[in-house]
Design a protein. Structure first.
Length: 570
């Protein structure tokens, strides 16, 4: 006996309860220690019995003395059930959904206030954006006007030079004529020389006055004197015009610089307003996004409120009432475990059966708890249906039946009424409650074997069908071989009687050869079928008769012997 395994089992049994997980670990450890499974099962069951006895002695608990001397112990007083008032149940049922609905409605009011604030902010931003756009348009118009005002305006210059040009005498070598576009046009005469080298007027050349003045400002007066016919009085007049033009230009430069300053100021202001417009645009996008998110939250809360209102419908309240009234049950597995701790019966087998029964009941209690949780979750999501309540109540009914069965078995065991004990035991045995771990594994393996046997049975049916077809073919082959034997014997008799009918005999022999070819082909086909089914035939040791095959072989051998004998006689 492996001491390490025994110590490990004692450690697992210290708390007085052996769970499925502990049992699984014990058997895994037994494999590591080299202990067979069946031996481990025997050791474990023995230690469970012994530990129950030791615990009872060590604990020193007061033994409960029960008087089970008569059948009165089997009578259970019916508890009086007082139904909970419907108003109380309705309050319980609706409390959580209504609280949630009220909270959601309060949150919706808050969210709507936030939406209104955001909407006001959006309107303010949109109005500000419109105002900024209008201001930018206005500033751009002012810039355009200022740029337009920078263009040359010769009104003041014209006003000053007009009296001078109008009063000029005709004895000048320069002619002035008014012009709508360029104010005045000046006509100059090109400088030429006569026969004796004396300067004289040449051809005329008309030039805008501004062009001449611009050239004179940059010092081209001497160049003009070499090109054009100009006298001192002409040059003095041009110099006077240059002075007036220079004064006009200086005034324009001052005015232009002031305009440029204004343009720069306007452009800087436009830049600032564009920045403000851009920031407002980003803020506007964020505000609209926030508004959409708030509206989505409100929509979600509205949907939840609708779903909660559907949950507290009259139909669901009836479900809740039924669950509330009919689902509660006192789990008794722990009480049963205490029963086994104080029992004084020395029949270890029956106590082991009750222990297994308790473990079975615990699993059923877990299933029932899970079903209750599942039913209430379905009710919360408005998905519960009558069939699921029926299933829950069916589990409860089964669980109560198991409780009553355990009480009967326990009390009958304590009072020595083994007939009643065995009657309940037999009724429960078919469920597999009392099977050992080894027996459960055997049942599991037998189920696997049963599936394999069903598969083999199906295969054998297929094989039997193919063998039946082969038998039919062999029977047909046997008949052909027998007919062939008769034909050959008749042919041999005809050959012995007379050689005069050789031609007729040869014809019959040719016909016989054809029949032999057919038979040979049939034999080849039969051999092929036999070869294909040889693997199946080897697997079957009984149920298949080989009489027809042996008969065919014997017939064929007889045919070969007769053929050889006849050829020797001939």
């Amino acid at each position: 006996m492996n001491e390490q395994l025994i110590k490990f089992i004692e450690l697992c049994l210290m708390d007085g309860v052996l769970t499925d997980k502990e049992r699984e670990v014990i058997f895994r450890k037994s494999k590591e220690f080299g202990v067979p499974e069946d031996e481990c099962e025997i050791i474990l069951e023995g230690m469970i019995y012994k530990k129950g006895i030791k615990e009872e002695v060590k604990s020193g608990k007061n033994k409960i003395e029960n008087d089970f001397s008569n059948d009165e112990v089997f009578k259970v007083k019916k508890l009086e059930y007082k139904e909970t008032q419907e108003s109380v149940l309705k309050k319980i049922f609706e409390s959580t959904p209504l609280d949630t609905i009220n909270k959601h409605e309060e949150n919706i009011i808050k969210l709507n206030n936030e939406v209104n604030k955001v909407q006001d902010e959006i309107i303010s931003l949109e109005n500000e954006d419109k105002n900024l756009s209008s201001e930018i348009v206005l500033l751009n118009k002012k810039i355009s006007d200022l740029v337009e005002s920078k263009k040359p305006n010769f009104d003041s210059f014209k006003k000053e030079v007009s009296p001078i040009l109008d009063d000029s005498t005709n004895d000048l070598n320069i002619k002035f004529e008014k012009h709508q576009v360029c104010l005045y046009e000046i006509t100059l005469f090109k400088l030429t020389t006569g026969f004796f080298g004396k300067p004289k007027k040449g051809s005329e050349l008309t030039i805008p006055i501004i062009e001449i003045l611009d050239n004179l400002i940059i010092g081209k007066i001497k160049e003009y004197q070499t090109i054009y016919y100009l006298e001192k009085k002409d040059i003095d007049l041009l110099n006077e015009l240059v002075e007036i033009y220079q004064k006009f230009q200086k005034e324009k430069e001052v005015e232009s610089s002031q305009i440029n300053l204004k343009i720069d100021d306007h452009r800087n202001l436009i830049s600032k307003k564009n920045d403000q417009k851009s920031k407002n645009g980003e803020t506007l996008i964020t505000s609209k996004k926030n508004k959409n998110e708030l509206n989505e939250q409100i929509k979600g809360l509205d949907n939840e409120i609708k779903s909660f209102k559907e949950i507290i419908s009259s139909k669901n309240f009836q479900f809740f009432k039924e669950l509330y009234d009919k689902s509660p049950i006192l789990y008794q597995s722990n009480i049963f475990s205490k029963y086994l701790e104080i029992i004084e019966v020395k029949n270890d087998k029956e106590i082991m059966n009750l222990t297994r029964f308790i473990n079975f009941i615990k699993e059923k209690e877990k299933d029932y708890s899970e079903e209750i949780r599942h039913s209430f979750n379905k009710l919360k999501s408005n998905q519960l249906v009558n069939s699921e309540i029926d299933t829950l109540l069916k589990l409860k009914k089964d669980l109560l039946l198991f409780y009553n069965s355990f009480h009967l078995m326990y009390q009958s065991l304590v009072t020595g009424k083994m007939g009643l004990y065995m009657n309940v035991y037999i009724q429960l045995e078919s469920i597999g409650i009392f099977n050992t771990f080894f027996e459960k594994n055997v049942v599991k393996n037998l189920n696997v074997m049963n599936k394999h046997l069903e598969s083999i049975s199906s295969t054998l049916v297929s094989i039997n069908s193919q063998i039946s077809q082969t038998n039919d073919y062999l029977n047909l082959l046997n008949e052909n071989m027998y007919q062939l034997k008769l034909n050959v014997e008749e042919t041999n008799e005809i050959l012995e009687k007379s050689n005069e009918i050789n031609q007729e005999t040869n014809q019959k022999l040719n016909q016989t050869n054809l029949n032999l070819q057919d038979v040979s082909y049939s034999i080849q086909e039969g051999n092929q079928i036999l070869s294909e089914n040889r693997e199946y035939l080897e697997k079957i040791n009984s149920g298949v008769k080989l009489k027809n095959i042996l008969s065919t072989i014997q017939t064929y051998q007889t045919y070969q012997i007769n053929k050889s004998t006849k050829s020797l006689k001939g």
